[in-house]
Write a protein that binds this ligand. Structure first.
Ligand code: LLP
Length: 463
């Protein structure tokens, strides 16, 4: 059985049965490079460092809880994705995983494009100088204002998600005297997650227009008729935290089949397909994600083969990885506040954050790893549950993990692979102050998103 809980909903929470735990690691001080950002090490004093800076100094300067993001690792991952796909394809970083103006500048410098899915993300992208033509705008219910702003800014593409939106975007573009480049998002009847995919009956969801029943073909028919739209391709996104390429294979085949139908009916070969994001990362040592070049090779082969079979020119491919770029580059640093052994059960370790900085465990049953990072320890492993400080028993950060039995208040522990969907889904529950994101690179640390303050809370509360 896979140890990976599906990150997109309890429906798929493929977790280990109650009472079944992996054996404790032989050395709790070891840091598995699979789950930690690339510059993370333990120094001679046993303190974990990132970008050459010790977590003890980082905690003293920036406080806890805080996210520390390894900028070199982020940039290297951008380059790996860009290099793997080459100049005949486009990589769009999915900003929903984590977006800030510093991130936008890194993406720009490393040659990536950006997928945004709200007016807020669009504003962040534009305000940090991302050229509009390198932005794709997503969302299943974009507002009139959001569409208008995107069209006015000149975004490279808007991904159309419904019949209403086809008409809406066309109308707005026409009224602005523009022709907007668009893709149509289709649901291909494939849902992929972790190590499996399900190839039927997953049209029951809010995104996209179903291939089934000729709906996507009808969407293409309508889009091609509208002067305000330039239909450049078809988009498909099949799920999250995917390790198995088989789902992409079915999705690509079905999208190419639609391209062939469009050619036969309209005499038009749409020049692009986007296969979405969703590529998995290692949250624990049991996960084995694929490298970008494997993914690029597999996707290129699938699309080329299917197009040859259909007698189509191979379209330009794009992908939208979010988690796979930013996820592994950050960890959350916490200070231990209390350690509560429950006889015969487990030890509850309370930290100074919780579900407000990482909702994924509560929401998706997601699994994480955790390590003592301010020192090493030779103590025996204890089965621990890392919990937050919120007024809720589901406030769990790491459900089951082994930590050294001498863990004590004041120790620093860190949860790796929290770069994606943790800060971006953080909340003010219990009036918690959302933690800062600190970028670390070559011995320098710099706040890229500052910690919220109580003044911020009061400023929103207008009394
Ligand atoms: N493209 C589209 C159209 C998407 O909907 C998504 C994610 C992505 C790209 C990026 O997927 P990624 O490569 O990051 O997996 N909050 C959940 C994940 C929701 C993903 C929604 N869409 C989580 O924490 O796991």
């Amino acid at each position: 059985m896979s140890r990976s809980a599906h990150p997109a909903g309890p429906r798929h929470a493929d977790v280990l049965p109650e009472g079944h735990y992996s054996a404790p690691p032989t050395d709790l001080n070891l840091l598995d490079p699979k789950v930690w950002a690339s510059t993370v090490r333990r120094n001679d004093e046993g303190v974990v460092t990132v970008g050459g800076l010790g977590v003890d100094e980082l905690a003293a300067e920036f406080g806890t809880p805080a996210y520390f993001l390894d900028e070199s690792d982020f940039r290297a991952r951008c380059r790996a994705w860009a290099d793997a796909f080459g100049t005949d394809a486009d990589v769009f970083y999915a900003g929903k995983a984590f977006l800030s103006r510093a991130v936008v500048r890194w993406l720009k410098e490393e040659g990536l494009n950006l997928d945004v899915c709200s007016g807020g993300e669009l504003t962040t992208a534009l305000s940090a100088g991302m050229p509009a033509e390198r932005i794709a705008f997503h969302g299943n219910n974009k507002s009139h204002q959001e569409i208008q702003r995107a069209v006015e800014a000149g975004v490279g593409r808007i991904v159309l998600d419904s019949f209403q939106e086809i008409a809406r975007v066309a109308h707005i573009a026409e009224s602005l005297g523009k022709r907007q480049r668009v893709q149509i998002r289709v649901t291909v009847g494939v849902e992929a997650h972790t190590h499996e995919f399900i190839a039927t009956a997953h049209e029951d969801q809010k995104f996209g227009i179903a291939l089934a029943g000729g709906q996507a073909a009808e969407a293409v028919r309508r889009a091609l008729k509208l002067d305000g739209l330039e239909l450049i391709g078809i988009h498909s996104h099949i799920g999250s935290q995917i390790f198995d390429m088989a789902g992409f294979e079915v999705s690509a085949r079905r999208v190419v089949q639609l391209l062939a139908e469009v050619r036969d009916e309209h005499g038009v070969e749409l020049p692009e397909i986007d296969l979405g994001g969703g590529l998995g990362i290692a949250y624990t040592s049991d996960d084995d994600p694929r490298e970008p070049h494997h993914i690029a090779k597999a996707l290129n082969e699938i699309v080329t083969r299917e197009c040859e079979a259909a007698g189509l020119r191979t379209p330009r491919i794009s992908v939208e990885p979010g988690r796979a770029i930013v996820g592994p580059t950050a960890f959350t640093l916490y200070e231990v506040g209390t350690v509560k052994p429950l006889e015969g059960l487990r030890t509850y370790v309370s930290v100074d954050g919780g579900m407000s900085d990482n909702i994924r465990t509560a929401l998706y049953d997601a699994e994480y790893s955790v390590s003592l990072v301010s020192r090493t320890s030779d103590a025996d492993p204890m089965l621990a549950r890392v919990v937050g400080k919120h007024c809720e028993s589901g406030d769990i950060v790491v459900k089951d993990a082994f930590l050294p039995a001498d863990l004590a208040p004041g120790d620093l522990i860190a949860v790796p692979a929290t770069g994606a969907y943790c800060r971006s889904m953080a909340s003010n529950y219990n009036h918690a102050l959302r933690p800062p994101v600190v970028a670390v690179r070559d011995g320098e640390a710099r706040v890229i998103v500052r910690r919220e303050t109580e003044e911020d809370l009061l400023r929103l509360d207008v009394g």
